[in-house]
Design a protein around this ligand. Structure first.
Ligand code: 5AD
Ligand code: SF4
Length: 471
C-alpha cells in the first residue's frame, strides 16, 4: 500500500530521472483472457493519451474492449484534478459504480489519473468507496497488470501511488484511438508551480524523453500512415532543459519535421520558455502547423504575479506580436477569472488583453481552489462572490466569441487544407481540422477519413466553419 503524499509530491531534487524499459511479466500474460474492459477518461490530452496506454496494457494481457460499461469485467476511471467539477464528475461515476458492483461483486473497479495522486481523494475512497478494488497513480501505469493480478486474490482496496518526482517509462503498449492522428509525449510533469495549479503535484517533476526515443516513435507512426502528430507536454517549451544534452524544443521540432510526417503540432506552451529560435523554426518548416496555444491566465500584472506566472502583460504582448509574424497563425489561450483577490480593475485588464490579442478562441474558467496549492489559502479570504465571478466569465466569453467569429469570417471564400476526421451528425457531411486547428464541416464521403483535402470556406460561425470540397 503506497498512499499519495503532498509533501513528497511538492519536492524537487536534482536526482537523475530513472528510465524504465517496460516489459510484461509473463506471469500476467493471460489474466484478461475472455474478459472485457471499459476505460472512462476525464480531462486533458495527457489523460487521453494515458488511456491509450492503459488500453494497450489491458489488451496485452488478453482483455478486449467493451463499449458497454455495465457489461465490462474491469472498469477503470482515468480522472482529472484540475478543477472541482472534474472531481465531482468522477465521484458521481463512483456512486453509479457502487450500485453496479452490488449487483455484480465480481467486477473490478479501479481509479487512476491525477485524482489518484491526491491525498484527500484517496482517503475519501478508503473511507467511503470501498467498492474500488485499486487505485494507481500517474507514475504507476505500468503496474496495472500486477494490480489486476493481485486484486483477484484480495478484497481490500489496494493503493499504488508513487508521489516522488516520477520516472521515465519507455515501451508501454499503446492502443491509439485514431489511425491517422497521434499524441506523442515529449515531456512529463511540470516544475512551474503556478500557485493555482495542482498539476506539478499530480504529474511530478519536469522530465523530457530523449530525442531519439521520440523520433523512433514518430518515424514508426509515419510508416504506419499517420498524418499528424501532436507533441504533448504540460509545458512543451521547456523540452530538453532537464536533459542538458544541448537540445531544446526548436531542435526537436526540426527533427520531427524532417521525418516528413505531414502535420506536426505541439501543446501546451508556457510563454516563459518560448524562444525566438522556436518561432523561427515554426515559420520555416511547412509541416509544423501555424497554431500555438499560449495560456494567458490573466491580463493583470498584479494577478499574474500572485499566480506565479513569471511574465507581465507586456512580456506576453511582445511574444504574441512575434508569433503573429508567422504567416496565417492562429493563437488560442486559457484564461482564469476570479483568482482570489481579483478586482474589477484586474478583470478589465484581462479584457484589455483579449482586445489586444483578438484570440482565435479560448478556454475560460472560474478559479477553483485545489487543496495543497498556495492560492487555495488566498481563497479562504477572497471577498469576491461567485455571482460576480460568473458575470465576469460571461462577459469574457462574449468578447472571445466575437473575436472567434471575426477570425473565422476572415476565412470566408478562401481554400484551406483539412485533415478529414469523421462523419458529421449532419447527413452527407464530414468534419475535420484546418492547419490552424479550426473545425470545418463539408460535404463528402467516408473514403476521405484520414486524408488531407482542400476545402473552400462558405460559412463562418464562432465555433466552426462550413465549406465545400475543392476538386
Ligand atoms: N482553477 C481554474 N482553472 C485552472 N486551470 C488550472 N488550474 C486551475 C484552477 N485551479 C486552468 C488553466 C490551465 C488550464 C489547463 O486549466 O487555465 O491553463
Ligand atoms: Fe499548471 Fe502552470 Fe505547470 Fe501549466 S505551467 S501545468 S498551469 S503549474
Amino acid at each position: 500500500m503506497e498512499l499519495p503524499n503532498l509533501v513528497l509530491a511538492r519536492k524537487r531534487t536534482s536526482n537523475e530521472v530513472k528510465k524504465i524499459n517496460y516489459q510484461l511479466n509473463e506471469q500476467y500474460q493471460n489474466i484478461g483472457e475472455n474478459k472485457t474492459f471499459y476505460v472512462k477518461t476525464y480531462g486533458c490530452q495527457m489523460n487521453e493519451h494515458d488511456s491509450e496506454n492503459i488500453e494497450g496494457l489491458l489488451e496485452s494481457i488478453g482483455f478486449k474492449k467493451n463499449p458497454d460499461m455495465e457489461k465490462a469485467d474491469i472498469i477503470i476511471l482515468n480522472t482529472c484534478s484540475i478543477r472541482e467539477n472534474a472531481h465531482n464528475k468522477a465521484f458521481g461515476m463512483l456512486g453509479r459504480l457502487k450500485h453496479l458492483k452490488e449487483k455484480h461483486p465480481e467486477k473490478i473497479v479501479a481509479l487512476c489519473g491525477c485524482m489518484a495522486q491526491e491525498e484527500v481523494v484517496v482517503r475519501e475512497i478508503l473511507k467511503k468507496h470501498k467498492h474500488v478494488n485499486f487505485v494507481f497513480g500517474t507514475h504507476n501505469l505500468y503496474d496495472l497488470p500486477r494490480l489486476i493480478y493481485e486484486c483477484v486474490n484480495s478484497n481490500k482496496t489496494n493503493i499504488c501511488v508513487k508521489s516522488e518526482e516520477g520516472d521515465l517509462v519507455e515501451g508501454l503498449p499503446v492502443t491509439r484511438v485514431s489511425k491517422f492522428k497521434a499524441y506523442v509525449n515529449i515531456i512529463y510533469g511540470c516544475d512551474k508551480f503556478c500557485t493555482y495549479c495542482i498539476v506539478p503535484y499530480t504529474r511530478g517533476k519536469q522530465r523530457s524523453r530523449k530525442m531519439e526515443d521520440i523520433l523512433d516513435e514518430v518515424i514508426k507512426l509515419k510508416n504506419d500512415g499517420y498524418q499528424e502528430v501532436t507533441l504533448l507536454g504540460q509545458n512543451v517549451n521547456a523540452y530538453g532543459k532537464d536533459l542538458n544534452l544541448g537540445y531544446d524544443l526548436a531542435d526537436l521540432l526540426i527533427k520531427v519535421s524532417e521525418t516528413g510526417i505531414p502535420r506536426v503540432r505541439f501543446i501546451t506552451s508556457h510563454p516563459w520558455d518560448f524562444t525566438d529560435r522556436m518561432i523561427e523554426v515554426i515559420k520555416k518548416y511547412d509541416n509544423i502547423m501555424p497554431y500555438v496555444h499560449l495560456p494567458l491566465q490573466s491580463g493583470s500584472d498584479r494577478i499574474l504575479k500572485l499566480m506565479g506566472r513569471r511574465y507581465t502583460s507586456s512580456d506576453y504582448k511582445q511574444l504574441f506580436d512575434k508569433l503573429k509574424e508567422i504567416e496565417g497563425i492562429s493563437i488560442t489561450t486559457d484564461i482564469i477569472v476570479g483568482f482570489p483577490g481579483e478586482t474589477d480593475d484586474d478583470f478589465n485588464e484581462t479584457l484589455d488583453m483579449v482586445n489586444y490579442c483578438k484570440y482565435d478562441s479560448a478556454f475560460t474558467f472560474i478559479y477553483s481552489p485545489r487543496v495543497g496549492t498556495p492560492a487555495a489559502k488566498l481563497y479562504e479570504n477572497d471577498p469576491t462572490t461567485l455571482e460576480v465571478k460568473e458575470n465576469r466569465l460571461y462577459k469574457l466569453n462574449e468578447l472571445i466569441n466575437n473575436y472567434s467569429l471575426e477570425s473565422n469570417k476572415k476565412m470566408l471564400n478562401k481554400e484551406y487544407l483539412v485533415l478529414t476526421e469523421g462523419v458529421s451528425t449532419k447527413e452527407g457531411m464530414m468534419w475535420g481540422y484546418t492547419e490552424t486547428n479550426k473545425m470545418v464541416n463539408f460535404k463528402g464521403n467516408e473514403e476521405l477519413i484520414g486524408k488531407i483535402v482542400k476545402v473552400k470556406i462558405l460559412d463562418a460561425k464562432s465555433f466552426s466553419l462550413d465549406g465545400e470540397l475543392v476538386e
